[in-house]
Design a protein around this ligand. Structure first.
Ligand code: ADP
Ligand code: ASP
Ligand code: MG
Length: 464
């Protein structure tokens, strides 16, 4: 059994849908379970329509919604010559359009969009495309049925931190295995899931990759395939480094680090479920299916160069706690972490100077102000007594991460990276090396990030 996920560009319009369906057809024998994302750009458009409703811009809201409707209607009309099928799909969609109408009217009337409303609004993209894709497979002679992932993937009770209830999800995935075993291809909505009370929620932006690996691990698939618009995992984001190269093999650890630090090709949480069951993940290009792609698994042959990829993540804020009075005071770092945890702020990077005079952490921009406020409250007494001189933040920060199993034990990686940034006058604000030694992270100003990525890519000859 294999789980096969198609991203937004792979189902973005009729020729792409046709191409993706042909791929499923060609692997029908290996009993695929298919996971599909919304048509490219639809989730964004839905959220923009939501923002318009929130702002009271009814016309703008309706324009966005008609655009979405137009794309799906066109796809249906172009894909199916048989009018009965067109009507059948229009009936299925009518129910969704009616629900959307109610939801968006609700936002317009209340002028309020809670996280729960946002999740429901963003769920429609996947729910609209799945019936079309499943029906198209049927036309091709592949027995297929649409499946709403809200019946399959369930989160645990604590909904503030989204955690998947794997035990319950595994039980519900039996339905998918049964279908696959009887040669019916389940076509599952990516990205969406539900709480134990049945409320619609999502796995976060780009979360369809995670849907595929959750399902893959629950059905113990032989492989999880992520079909996208590039030939595989590359040495850098090809939009930043045009001569980035495709990697044949990447380890789970490397893939997890890269996606955590901004490689959009995989949602950061995709790796864990696959690791648990030791299921290989293959990244493939929908538009070049013969290219072998990238295999992500437990092992990777060491690359000739110690660094394998360089990624960047922007939109960060750097928060610093400084003061000579911190020297020798135990527990400052511990209290920093307790404070961020209590306020549900996730810390992407942390470093403490060996002199203990300086603690720095990187958080998402939207958490920046909150982090400073919470730390000032926590260390109020220390600030009063001048043990801590200041707690400050700098926004518009980026993290550049050099990732590769080979970094371990290879001297000079940091020196080379710092050297090349130094000669280009790019100021380094903070550095950290994971204890796994798999990753070297460098904080720079956001405006310097693309150049920094290009320079490091070049310095480590990653294009060769
Ligand atoms: P999908 O819609 O298929 O999920 P995404 O847009 O989410 O596709 O992810 C694929 C994109 O990720 C590529 O088009 C590429 O621009 C980007 N990307 C960023 N970093 C990398 C990388 N290191 N390797 C490959 N692609 C990357
Ligand atoms: N459609 C969702 C998004 O745009 C999920 C995904 O593409 O993986 O974020
Ligand atoms: Mg994606």
């Amino acid at each position: 059994m294999v789980v096969v996920k198609f991203g937004g560009t792979s189902v973005g319009a009729v020729p792409q849908i046709d191409q993706a369906a042909r791929i499923v057809h060609s692997i029908y024998e290996s009993r695929p379970i298919v996971v599909v994302s919304a048509m490219g750009g639809v989730t964004d458009a839905l959220l923009h329509a939501g923002e318009a409703a929130l702002a009271g811009q009814t016309q703008n809201r309706d324009d966005k919604l008609s655009e979405i409707r137009g794309r799906h209607d066109r796809a249906i009309n172009e894909l199916f010559k048989n009018r009965n099928i067109v009507h059948e799909l229009q009936d299925t969609h009518r129910i969704l359009w009616e629900e959307m109408h109610k939801v968006f009217t609700g936002v317009s009337l209340l002028r309020e969009m809670s996280p729960r409303s946002r999740d429901l609004i963003s769920s429609f993209g996947e729910r609209l495309i799945v019936p079309i894709f499943a029906r198209y497979l049927k036309e091709m002679g592949v027995e297929a049925e649409p499946v709403d992932a809200r019946e399959i993937i369930v989160t645990s009770e604590d909904s503030e931190f989204l955690l998947v209830d794997f035990e319950e999800t595994k039980k519900r995935c039996q339905k998918l295995s049964k279908m696959a075993k009887s040669s019916v291809v389940p076509v599952v909505t990516g990205f969406i899931c539900s709480t134990p009370a049945g409320i619609t929620t999502t796995l976060g932006r780009g979360g369809s990759d995670y849907s595929a690996s959750i399902i893959g691990s629950c059905v113990k698939a032989d492989e999880i395939q992520i079909w996208t618009d590039v030939n595989g995992v590359m040495t850098a984001d090809p939009r930043i480094v045009p001569d980035a190269r495709v990697l044949d093999r990447v380890s789970y650890k490397e893939a997890a680090e890269m996606s955590y630090f901004g490689a959009k090709v995989l949602h950061p949480q995709t790796i864990m479920p696959a690791v648990d069951e030791n299921i290989p993940i293959r990244i493939k290009n929908t538009f070049a299916p013969d290219v072998p792609g990238t295999l992500i698994s437990a092992e990777t042959p060491l690359h000739q160069y110690s660094v394998k990829t360089v990624t960047s993540i922007i939109g960060m804020t750097l928060v610093s706690v400084e003061g000579r009075g911190m020297i020798g005071v135990p527990g400052v770092a511990g209290r920093v972490f307790t404070t961020t945890a209590r306020n549900r702020i996730s810390v992407l990077m942390f470093s403490q100077g060996s002199s203990e005079q300086h603690i720095s952490l990187v958080v998402n921009r939207q958490d920046g102000d909150n982090t400073v406020k919470a730390l000032r409250r926590e260390f109020e007494q220390e600030v009063d007594r001048r043990r801590i001189d200041r707690i400050t933040s700098v926004s518009d920060i980026a993290i550049i991460a050099l990732v590769g199993e080979g970094i371990k034990g290879v001297p000079g990686v940091a020196a080379r990276a710092f050297g090349v940034l130094g000669s280009a006058n790019i100021n380094i604000l903070m550095i950290a090396q994971g204890s796994s030694e798999l990753n070297l992270s460098i904080v720079v100003r956001q405006k310097d990030a693309p150049r920094a990525v290009q320079l490091i890519h070049e310095a480590f000859e990653l294009n060769k």
